[in-house]
Design a protein around this ligand. Structure first.
Ligand SMILES: [Zn+2]
Length: 338
């Protein structure tokens, strides 16, 4: 496996993970302990930063590395005895059916990352419906079980896509990063960093990626290049701060992020190269440390736990929104005055 050399930060990460395990994952009592881990199963050439350099017509000529990298992630999660949600790209599922079954057989949740990894905002409604339907049906045929969740490529979700996801049969979306710190991220009306699990419509939830609150803005603290760039010990401190505030924490990563040996391609701009390759050689060790540091579960389970937290069980979407708004205000009232 291409893990590369470990740095001093990563040695600190291992020590921190060991201390956390010894103290009990999640440090019950000071943190909510509701932590969901998600993996977007795509290959190195699907990443948005390579979209110009490696267009879809060239994908079939690229070396397929996703199966090996994802199997390595399954080993890491198994060693840590934790579960995750895998948002599998339909294009990958067609070429790696054994991988999809292995994920499910290991007890993880299989969810959907669409088929062709085009930004939702670049598609029309009919194109989007065709893309997500194709991927969802293929995954369900492979698994013989329903697929509940969807994540948009590069978090490019937008309001008009939500009713289509529900029509197609999804129960949740997990594509909002409540921040203004990234040019590609989409937005949904009514979402903010104080409400990571929201009932958007009757029978349909949004689970947003975690951010640290800075005034009214969110700093992305849920994974990707941010996870590879920040010192690991600082990252864990941020996760614990989010949990102490009473909010669940939602993390994401890609299999190609633990693969420093992936091919280099020409035609990438310097900032695209930086975003894609920063600290790839240290990411596997960081992921091992993080997997062992908290009691991770799936996004589907996180939603089900949130439903149980509502007294009386089933409520209307309107009453759920009221309750969540109150909870959000109570949780975030100090931030509103920053
Ligand atoms: Zn993706």
């Amino acid at each position: 496996m291409a893990a590369g050399k470990s740095g001093s930060l990563d040695l600190a990460a291992k020590r921190e993970a060991g201390q956390s395990s010894a103290a009990g994952k999640g440090s019950a009592g000071t943190e909510s302990g509701r932590v969901a881990l998600s993996i977007d199963v795509e290959d190195w050439f699907h990443a948005a930063n390579l979209a110009r350099a490696v267009p879809p017509e060239a994908w079939d000529a690229c070396e397929l590395r996703v199966e090996r990298n994802t199997m390595r992630m399954l080993q890491i999660l198994d060693a840590a005895n934790v579960r995750a949600t895998f948002f599998v790209l339909g294009w990958v599922a067609e070429r790696c059916p054994r991988l999809v079954r292995s994920i499910a057989e290991a007890g993880h949740e299989v969810a959907c990352h669409g088929y062709g990894h085009q930004l939702v905002t670049s598609l029309g409604a009919d194109e989007f419906r065709a893309d997500v339907s194709r991927a969802k049906h293929h995954l369900e045929d492979l698994l013989g079980a329903p697929v509940r969740g969807y994540r948009a490529p590069s978090f490019s979700i937008t309001d008009w896509a939500i009713p289509i996801l529900q029509e197609v049969g999804f129960e949740y979306d997990s594509s909002v990063v409540p921040t203004i710190a990234h040019d590609r991220y989409g937005k949904l009306t009514g979402m903010d960093a104080g409400r990571p699990v929201t009932l958007l419509r009757e029978g349909f939830h949004e689970v947003s990626i975690s951010c640290l609150r800075l005034g009214k803005r969110g700093i992305p603290w849920g994974g990707g290049g941010y996870f590879r760039l920040a010192p690991y010990a600082l990252w864990v401190q941020g996760v614990r701060a989010i949990l102490r505030s009473g909010r669940p924490y939602v993390f994401y990563i890609h299999p190609w992020e633990i693969d420093a040996g992936q091919p280099r391609v020409s035609g990438m701009k310097p900032f695209e190269m930086f975003r894609h390759r920063i600290n790839l050689s240290r990411c596997e060790e960081r992921f091992i440390a993080l997997a062992g540091a908290f009691p991770w579960t799936t996004i589907g389970d996180l939603i089900d736990e949130e439903k149980l937290r509502v007294p009386g069980g089933k409520r209307s979407a309107a009453s759920m929104r009221t309750i969540e708004t109150l909870q959000s205000c109570l949780t975030w009232s100090p931030a509103f005055f920053c």
